[in-house]
Design a protein around this ligand. Structure first.
Ligand SMILES: CC(C)(COP(=O)(O)OP(=O)(O)OC[C@H]1O[C@@H](n2cnc3c(N)ncnc32)[C@H](O)[C@@H]1OP(=O)(O)O)[C@@H](O)C(=O)NCCC(=O)NCCS
Length: 382
């Protein structure tokens, strides 16, 4: 019997929460009064008429430079331990990708347990989170004139403009709503928010560790100016006074890497996020090009044949028009299209490595003026 995927109904609660708990809750039963969906849209997959798989779709708005892209963040994917490896997870994901498109999300994203599983549904890793693990004696010795102050959870509006400038200079970051900000600054483990400059030019969010000579993780940093970034690094020297290392994450355009990398500092690329374009035409229509150009492109997409094209894409600061074409100068897979759309690896990086078929090089250059190279990252885990 085929797998049937559909939106969650109240009658699914018992099975839904039991499957979630087996994966995300140590198997601890969820009492009936706590079987509540707090946010996001829940879904189930039935095998032989019985709920065997669950997932949620969270609604986000993702920055792509100046453009705002409605994005379906897929979370909490789980299949009952008795039904795994029989196609339930694959059927649910295939359905969710199309459902996201039909619900008006031209983009979807997720954090994978194994990236290779989600590639089957057209997702690809975009961007590189640069995790810096710096022994405290190797922190750069810097001075900053920016005042530092500790903010309270209610003060999140003071750091929002800094975060949004940081996000809009890149791609993939969520434009956070108030609920998300409350989670970031008001989490149960009492994060402390340190802001530099007034108005705020940078900030660091830290859950202080009481133990001496341990590694201190910095949960989140963002900056809107060079002086702001320098202020964070200067302040790390004091934060690290009784710690072995400070560790934090920057996007791949990391200004730390650009000028302070030193021997003994460990750099890891971890926690990657995957994106998938579900609706090519709707996605490019949302972009905000600042030049004029035109190119043709075809896309291989087994799950969403409407994306295939071939397309002629014309763009200018007035908008983007994508219409059917009779030929294509560029040809690529939906995974590479998703990276190109987000900006990292860029369409130029992919072409350089032979991951895109380029029949006319000028089409590639034109495409790179719409699908501009950009660091991709996301500070929100879901
Ligand atoms: C990850 C998870 C959701 C996948 O669901 P699933 O129903 O087991 O997935 P599928 O059966 O569709 O696919 C799993 C594998 O079984 C294989 N498979 C699918 N149908 C099969 C069948 N009839 N016979 C044999 N193998 C099959 C798939 O090809 C796939 O192989 P892969 O390991 O090479 O990718 C599920 O295993 C799970 O809940 N895991 C624990 C929670 C978790 O990690 N969630 C993901 C968070 S991002």
């Amino acid at each position: 019997m085929p797998v049937v995927s559909r939106p969650y109904e109240p009658a699914d609660a018992e099975a839904f929460f039991a499957i979630r708990s087996a994966t995300y809750g140590n198997g601890v039963p969820v009492p009936i009064e706590e079987q509540v969906i707090k946010y996001g849209r829940p879904y189930v997959a039935e095998l032989n008429g019985v709920v065997a798989g669950v997932a949620k779709m969270n609604e986000y708005v993702v920055a792509r430079g100046a453009a705002s892209i409605p994005n379906a963040g897929i979370a909490g994917v789980a299949v009952s331990p008795t039904e795994r490896q029989s196609g339930v997870g694959s059927a649910l994901l295939s359905w969710l990708v199309r459902h996201a498109k039909e619900e008006g999300f031209p983009l979807t994203s997720l954090y994978a347990f194994r990236e290779s599983f989600y590639r089957k549904f057209g997702y690809e890793v975009c961007g590189r989170k640069t995790h810096v693990i710096c022994p405290t004696p190797r922190l750069p010795k810097l001075k900053s004139d920016l005042p530092v102050r500790r903010l309270m959870a209610d003060d999140w509006e003071l750091i929002r403009p800094c975060y949004e400038t940081f996000a809009r200079a890149r791609s993939g970051f969520h434009i956070r709503d108030e609920r998300r900000w409350q989670e970031v600054v008001g989490a149960r483990d009492f994060p402390a928010v340190y802001a530099f400059g007034d108005p705020v030019e940078s900030y660091a969010i830290v859950v202080h560790k009481i133990d001496f000579w341990e590694r201190q993780r910095v949960a989140e940093v963002a900056w809107s100016t060079e002086a702001g970034h320098r202020a964070i690094l200067a302040w790390f020297a004091g934060l690290g006074a009784n710690k072995t290392h400070i560790d934090w994450t920057e996007p791949s355009d990391s200004p730390y890497l650009a000028r302070y990398l030193d021997q003994g500092v460990e750099i890891k690329v971890d926690g990657p996020i995957m994106y998938r374009v579900t609706d090519f035409v709707a996605a490019v229509n949302l972009l905000k090009p600042d030049t004029v150009g035109e190119f043709t492109i075809e896309i291989r997409d087994e799950l969403i044949p409407e994306n295939v094209g071939p397309w002629r894409v014309a763009f200018s600061p007035n908008g983007v028009i994508a219409e059917k074409s009779d030929h294509a100068d560029l040809s690529l897979d939906i995974r590479q299209l998703s990276c190109s759309f987000m900006g990292e690896p860029s369409i130029l990086d992919l072409a350089r490595n032979g991951l895109i078929e380029v029949r006319d090089r000028s089409a590639l250059i034109q495409a790179s003026h719409l699908l501009t190279p950009s660091p991709v990252n996301c500070w929100d885990f879901f």
